[in-house]
Design a protein around this ligand. Structure first.
Ligand SMILES: C[S@@+](CC[C@H](N)C(=O)[O-])C[C@H]1O[C@@H](n2cnc3c(N)ncnc32)[C@H](O)[C@@H]1O
Length: 319
């Protein structure tokens, strides 16, 4: 069996990535430091300076990503002086000028966001996952993220109207139409671009981990086993751990040595871990659960990941 490589590199991704060749990675999935966030723990770039800070790093991402690869950027604009800052929007425009195609925007709905109240807005329950590509001809394995038809099939498809049984042309002449009866006998459907994942609280040693289900979903969608995954702002190493468990090679780059140590701890001993047949990406899993190894246990790899994700991408079917 071909060995999987997992590299955790300590340093600024701007410099570290210069060691890597052009067109190397199949997928970049990352959550960078958000503007001004957590300045006491890891920096905090001023919102007005965010685009200038990000662009040289994105230039490296553009170089090291394969021409049919994908870059997924998990980010959220903060509110400044009572309004949403526009740095994410400015970043999207600047990345397009740099040569990226802004192919899609996924919404990560945080099922268990913090309770709270502000005088002029409600609590944040979603973040953007922006998809960028170098060309329209990128690799995408849609069948890997299909979800069960679920209740929608039982209710919506039970009493089909006449229009449902023929092609229902768009009322606004957009050219888009649907024939709902096409979905009658199907058990699985494609998901929507809204992903419902709970944040995970098990990792007390990093203040901004994303749930393992988030990189796992994109790794399933955009890579095959033995492909290379990069997380240039790897923090506690969530992307690296998940990549390893899904039999993907990976590089994680992290500027703070203590987070590198954490990431290495999460990824070093995986060959020795016990193989247990239980769901990996359930919400709020305990630390012990995340030590379950899938990659070394052939029967428990992709399918069991998907099974749990299906449950999480609830209500996500489309005709
Ligand atoms: C939002 S956190 C990522 C958390 C990660 N997704 C996880 O699950 O643990 C962003 C990380 O980027 C790191 N960072 C900030 N600037 C960096 C840079 N220039 N190069 C590499 N890492 C950087 C921070 O130290 C922080 O750990």
């Amino acid at each position: 069996m071909e060995q999987i490589e997992t590299k955790i590199e300590n340093g600024d991704c701007l410099e570290i990535l210069k060691k890597y060749p052009d067109n190397f990675f199949n997928l970049i999935v990352t959550s960078p430091p958000y503007a001004d966030s957590r300045s006491k723990t890891y920096g905090g770039i001023k919102p007005n300076e965010y685009v200038d800070w990000f662009l040289p790093r994105a230039n490296q991402f553009l170089r090291v990503l394969k021409s049919d690869g994908t870059f997924v950027l998990n980010i959220k604009e903060k509110a400044v002086n009572g309004e949403r800052h526009t740095y994410v929007l400015e970043l999207i425009l600047a990345l397009r000028k740099q040569g990226w195609l802004w192919t899609e925007e996924f919404v990560w709905h945080k099922k268990n966001c913090f309770p709270g109240k502000w005088p002029n807005r409600f609590r944040d329950a979603w973040e953007r996952c922006l998809q960028f590509n170098k060309s329209g001809n990128f690799k995408m394995y849609q069948e890997e993220v299909m979800v069960p038809m679920g209740d929608w099939a039982k209710t919506r498809l039970k009493n089909l109207s006449r229009t449902d049984k023929t092609r229902d042309e768009s009322k606004v002449n957009s050219g888009f139409g649907k024939n709902v009866s096409n979905w009658l006998d199907r058990k699985m459907a494609y998901p929507t671009n809204v992903l419902h994942f709970a944040t995970e609280c098990y990792n007390k040693n990093h203040s901004a981990v994303f749930p393992k289900a988030l990189p796992a979903w994109f790794i399933n969608l955009f890579t095959k086993e033995h492909d290379w995954v990069l997380d240039p702002f790897s923090g506690s190493g969530t992307t690296s751990e998940v990549s390893q468990q899904m039999n993907r090679n990976s590089v994680g780059v992290e500027i703070l040595p203590e987070y590198c140590a954490l990431a290495r701890k999460r990824t070093t001993h995986y060959q020795l871990r016990l193989c247990e047949n239980k769901a990996e990406y359930e919400t709020n899993t305990s630390r012990e659960d995340s030590d379950v190894c899938r990659a070394t246990c052939p029967g428990v790899s992709q399918k069991s990941h998907r099974k749990t994700e299906e449950a999480q991408i609830e209500g996500g079917s489309q005709a």
